[in-house]
Design a protein around this ligand. Structure first.
Ligand SMILES: [Zn+2]
Length: 681
């Protein structure tokens, strides 16, 4: 993935709201405004490119783009994302007012109207969650838990663990049931484990927040305080038995096929076949339990938990999941902890942003159709396809000429490369929302129905043939991804626009920027994680032991390099976590450079704006990443974001490229020239 996108897909995750922030801009748009790629005003030409290239390429942008009050960070991707959002706003607004509407326009327009009606939302108070809270109160003993958890899951509210459809690691064609760890209210298990002063402080603040939320559900101060302490202790036990982000990067750590009977033996708390029947999954065969130790220990910990504490825990999780959709006081409390305290964001985003973001999440392929019509030309699509083909060809040639890899592994790697499916712009077939009811006067009901719809759609995939045409991002998204099991690369229309791809400009900045993104996603197929999957998307070790050893030695060069960079305070990059992205950044830019050179071999390229074509390629590259970040947000990202901070993502790449040193005349010994060049692909 080119940028961070984790919580956005976990719909009920309370951490997700920490991502929902953008600056205050108060007009909807009919089209995405043009901002040029390779903007000289974004540079700081007083900086020496051989001392700090990121500052040279992005210094002007950083100075003139302070972080808006409702954001944790601000960067070129976020700014474009905000422009796209304003276009979606224009669509939603028009659909909310139109009279003669298509069924899709009715849903888009009515969702927006209901969401914007804050008077109704505030008047409802906690009424929308009366039913689930009453269901918690009614629980008599733990035998009733399976039914309760199953009902919550089918409404899009995963409690204690995660579950859903997933591809079988061993046979990517098969869609099976998967169970994963869950149950935490803080963004990662490390928050419960670390002993430094900041982590201790965060846990104390979290405990206060838990008590505050329980107060909303009617608990007295004394009870809420006691319950908060017990809930934190319980979640800490869950965290201790959850894998770290780094452990999860190794796919074999997450692959444990077993029967439901075997699972029931290990984690007897939940009657698993009953749980699945409630999701309309009968007789699923073997399921994948990603973290068996977690489920076993969770089962045990819940069995030991006094019933009143368990009920307080469930009440709290119902509340934090629903908080973003409830009255302002509850929303504000949740925002104050997850966004203001944890990420340093001073103010809540404007209501329209929240509403349009939710529409993108719940009705993304309905809104997306209109967005594509307004913002994505067939020429952009054709240009991206051409560039992707060239970069794939460059990668093929690179693999063939690698001096450290045996022919046997090369053949398998090339098979994999040639099998990668390129998905550009938008899905071939749009998702059908016919069975989803959206009402103009029932905001919370719309949210629950949308989540239920998505949940049903997900469970319905179990046992059916794999749909390789499915997309994991909506068309307006400013991001891209590689999926190792699908073995495909995906570039939504939202990311293929100026200033990232600019059809008004020449190839140098376009290959430096978008070419680099394509190369980045392609390289993910061959990073420390992706390399474990074969051409069919199966988890299969196709490497000779010797080649695997050589790969790891080269990956260690990258890990050692990034471990030296500081994120904030004395926190260094956890380069075991970021290795995949760092490898993709380096490989991607090398491939983009090779493809650009091949594309322009017969052209006489001229200098522009006082920069040579090679210099413009590299400035174009750097200008995808210009960014300002709040220190609080940087601390969260240090623990949870598999991407390095922007400056490291630019400088960390160019120090490894002699092509860069040549372009700017940098000499050995200068900061932007590494004495120990890392190179994998
Ligand atoms: Zn990536």
């Amino acid at each position: 993935m080119r940028i961070f996108l984790s919580a956005a897909v976990v719909m009920w995750s309370a951490a997700a709201i920490a991502q929902t922030a953008a600056p205050q801009v108060d007009t909807p748009l009919q089209k995405v405004p043009y901002s040029p790629s390779l903007d000289p005003a974004s540079m700081d030409k007083t900086a020496d490119p051989c001392q700090n290239f990121y500052k040279y390429a992005c210094g002007g942008w950083i100075k003139s783009n302070p972080i808006p009050g409702d954001r944790g960070s601000w960067n070129i991707y976020a700014k474009l994302g905000q422009d796209n959002l304003r276009v979606l706003w224009g669509i939603a607004l028009a659909d909310s007012k139109a009279t003669d509407r298509t069924p899709v326009q009715q849903k888009v327009g009515d969702y927006f109207s209901a969401c914007m009606n804050t008077d109704a939302v505030n008047a409802a108070g906690l009424k929308p969650i009366e039913m689930p809270l009453a269901a918690v109160n009614k629980l008599k003993d733990k035998h009733e838990l399976t039914d309760f958890l199953a009902r919550a899951e089918s409404h899009g509210l995963p409690l204690l663990f995660h579950s859903g459809s997933t591809q079988d690691y061993g046979d990517a064609e098969k869609v099976i049931v998967g169970f994963g760890a869950g149950g935490l209210g803080l963004p990662d298990r490390d928050y419960y484990i670390k002993t430094d002063a900041k982590s201790v402080e965060i846990r104390a603040r979290y405990e206060t927040f838990i008590a505050q939320m329980l107060g909303f559900a009617g608990e007295t101060d004394v009870d809420a305080k006691k319950d908060a302490m017990d809930i934190l202790a319980f979640e800490t036990a869950l965290a201790q038995n959850s894998l770290t982000m780094v452990e999860k990067r190794e796919p074999s750590n997450l692959y444990h096929m077993m029967t439901l009977a075997e699972l029931e033996q290990q984690a007897p708390l939940v009657k698993w076949s009953k749980f699945l029947k409630a999701q309309n999954v009968d007789d699923p065969g073997k399921v994948n339990v990603a973290e068996p130790k977690f489920l076993a220990q969770m089962s045990d910990a819940v069995e030991k938990l006094p019933m009143p504490t368990l009920k307080a825990y469930l009440r709290f999780h119902v509340l934090i999941a629903a908080a973003p959709y409830l009255s302002l006081n509850v929303q504000q409390a949740s925002f104050d902890f997850y966004s203001k305290y944890l990420r340093g964001v001073p103010q809540m985003p404007a209501r329209w942003k929240k509403c349009v973001r939710e529409e993108d999440r719940f009705l993304g392929e309905a809104l997306g159709q209109e967005f594509v019509r307004l913002a994505f030309s067939p020429e952009s699509k054709a240009a991206t396809i051409r560039m992707t083909d060239q970069i794939e060809a460059a990668m093929g040639a690179e693999i063939e000429h690698l001096d450290w890899m045996s022919d046997a592994t090369k053949k398998q790697a090339l098979d994999k490369l040639h099998a990668i499916r390129n998905k550009i712009g938008y899905p071939e077939k749009w998702r059908d929302y016919t069975t989803l009811t959206i009402a103009p006067d029932d905001y919370f009901g719309n949210v629950v129905r949308a989540m239920t719809f998505e949940d049903k759609r997900d469970w319905a995939k179990v046992g059916k043939p794999l749909d390789r045409a499915e997309w994991g991002m909506t068309p307006p998204t400013v991001n891209a991804y590689f999926d190792p099991q699908m073995n495909d690369i995906n570039f939504p229309a939202g990311v293929l626009q100026p200033p990232l791809y600019d059809s008004k400009l020449d190839d140098a900045p376009n290959y430096g920027d978008t070419g680099g993104t394509i190369g980045h996603e392609l390289t993910h197929g061959f990073d420390d994680e992706g390399r474990h999957f074969d051409a069919h998307g199966n988890l299969r070790d196709f490497w000779t032991p010797d080649d695997a050893k050589k790969f790891e030695a080269r990956a260690d060069c990258v890990r050692d390099q990034y471990a030296k960079y500081v994120i904030v305070d004395d926190i260094h990059i956890n380069s075991k976590l970021t290795a995949g992205e760092d490898i993709a950044d380096l490989g991607g830019e090398l491939l983009a450079y090779i493809a650009w050179k091949a594309q322009t071999a017969s052209m006489a390229l001229q200098s522009t704006d006082g920069m040579t074509p090679d210099q413009r390629f590299f400035v174009g590259f750097a200008q995808w990443a210009c960014e300002n970040d709040r220190p609080e947000n940087a601390r969260v990202r240090a623990l949870t974001d598999p991407h390095s901070p922007a400056e490291a993502r630019i400088n960390g790449v160019v120090v490894n490229m002699p092509e860069f040193a040549r372009a700017f005349g940098c000499k050995a010994g200068q900061p932007m020239v590494s004495a120990n060049v890392c190179r994998i692909w």
